[in-house]
Design a protein around this ligand. Sequence first.
Ligand code: BGC
Length: 734
Amino acid sequence: MKKLFICGLFSLLFIMQTNAQTKQVPVYLDESKPIESRIEDALSRMTLEEKIAMIHAQSKFSTPGVPRLGIPEIWMSDGPHGVRMEIDWDTWAHAGWTNDSCTAFPALTCLAATFNPEMSALYGNAVGEEARFRKKDILLGPGVNIYRTPMNGRNFEYFGEDPFLTSKMVVPYIKGVQQNGVSACLKHFALNNQEFERTTIDVEVSDRALYEIYLTAFKAGVEEGKVWTVMGSYNKYRGQYCSHHERLVNDILKGEWAYDGVLVTDWGSAHDTREAALYGLDVEMGTWTNGLTWGESFAYNNYYLAQPYLKMLKNGELPMSTLDEKVRRVLRLNFRTNMDRNRPFGSFATAEHAQVSRKIAEEGIVLLKNTNNFFPIAKDRYKKIVIIGENATRSLTVGGGSSELKVKKEVSPLEGLISKYGEDKVFYTMGYGSGPTVYDKFMPSPYDADSLRKEALELVKGADVVLFFGGLNKNFQQDCEGADRITYDLPFGQNELIQDLLKVNKNMGVIIVSGNGVSMPWLDQVPALMQSWYLGSEAGSATANIISGEVNPSGKLPFSIQKKLDDNGAISFGAISYPGQDGKQVYKEDILVGYRWHDTKNIPALFPFGYGLSYTTFEYGKASTDKKEYGKNDVIKVSLTLTNKGKADGAESVQVYASQNKPSVMRPAKELKGFRKVFLKAGESKTVEIAVPVKDLAFFDDKAHEWTVEADKFTLHCAASSADVKTSVTVEVK
Ligand code: BGC
């Protein structure tokens, strides 16, 4: 009996082995073959209908792949600050899963404020691991639109006003995500710099500003970050929708930059089958506009790149080559992500990710004012610490639109401060209150403003110190997708409240939580001020560590904060420039965005780009360069000695700005061309070297359509902010 069994087993194994030997692995599944051959093989096996299915949505966040060939579905999720909760198959409702509570990482404004590309790498990897664990193939972020005005509802999702800083910070984020076999998605391409009329506004901008300001970070993401997915924007540029834009997509993205990945729509940003077919759109998601299928369920077959495209291909109105090109790109994405058997498995909501989130939050908080060492507040310094303000307790990972998150943990500032100083020392009352978060609606506050105010005025009376936590809150029109802010002032009566509180207790520090600058009419009267951000899961622990001095603040502003709204370049030109008139807008400030405007026009900012204090002080030695003259392909090495003169360990982001001596065209007074964050122990000195490639000193010559470096003298300013040059050195480019 036993013999018979062993015999049977051997024959079975023999048959299995022979089958395996005779079964041919098709080229597209053969991992020893180059990806491009696998793409061609897969393409050759697909029917016309299968190809069409692959290039548009089958649900709110997925495309179907090719089930017959085992080519997987592609699953996407927002982005960019964590992996969004699951959404219903065919509605925008939260699906109610119980396994999708993620780590919330700080908003990208905070990441930018770290001025530390190493933080971007950590961030990208951690959020990539979370996306991978959640079986997402594309993470819908990061966004690299430019902070053109402080009114844009989505600035908190971007890296601020400077294209160089944005580029240097976005590249490691992309690489970090993609090393997990998950595609990052660079958005929103392009010129989506406001939410007001975002689906229709028609932008006019000079080529010079387009290339020097608005496309720079996209280019870096494509060429250096090697991003696998780019998302088109909702708006128009020169009369054509950006998601199927002949110039932006065909000429620039896929032409000049040789992008080989997928261009996906924003959700519902396609408008025309012919343009989508011809002008480089690869995947259509989320369409519901233009009377096509507004609100209709399961309308996917009606998408511009679905039945209407199939029909036009069949009757010869559009060439098949347009379809094959899109399918190739989608297959390339498959091979890079879910058909890569070697990709890691990811991890989710781990203690390590919480640490990463906290570290970035700590490095991003910006100390803006600190009279008489108001901060840090050591543990035993005060007996009664009074905290006022809704943002000390409100969840700020919800709201904001598509970047909303459902989190495993969110430590509020109040919780962080209580665990730092103890329950017996910390007292809290709201002071002001806002309404609940609803995506596209203003909701009134359910609280009685007067009683909140009275309670706060009472509580601060006997306080040793007061900390006011205010700002915006990701409600509709308060840093949220879909609408811009309606005022530069703080909402919910905060300005009045701050003034009233100061009358009772002058020892008050203000912590603004926002993704945008706000007016600060009380600034002269407050001894201390911090710019904080939507900090994510570890908001409270990071904030408490900074306030207590356990961590020395080292964030620098990634945007200029204007004294008054009119001091902003874009806004100073009136409605045609921002927010637009009759559906059109012209970027009248041209290349003079942010500090470029303030510096060149001599309009000082309230707080300049790149500004941020520390609990210690840094001394800048004299700057020097490795040579005096450079050729156009050289790299200038700028160096100086930086010394920590104070008693606390700390970090300083040394910034290098360049000015050209006698340019043949108008150039901004100075432009950021390098930065380095340097950590120094108390009393320590280090030589800091920053490399500036001469090619980075170019301007975009729009007549010749090329980047030009002129033979001229250039001064390199080593600075602690865009308005605080410490030492300069002049070199000659031959
Ligand atoms: C947003 C995108 C987002 C998409 C999917 C759109 O409304 O503009 O940034 O990725 O929705 O949620």
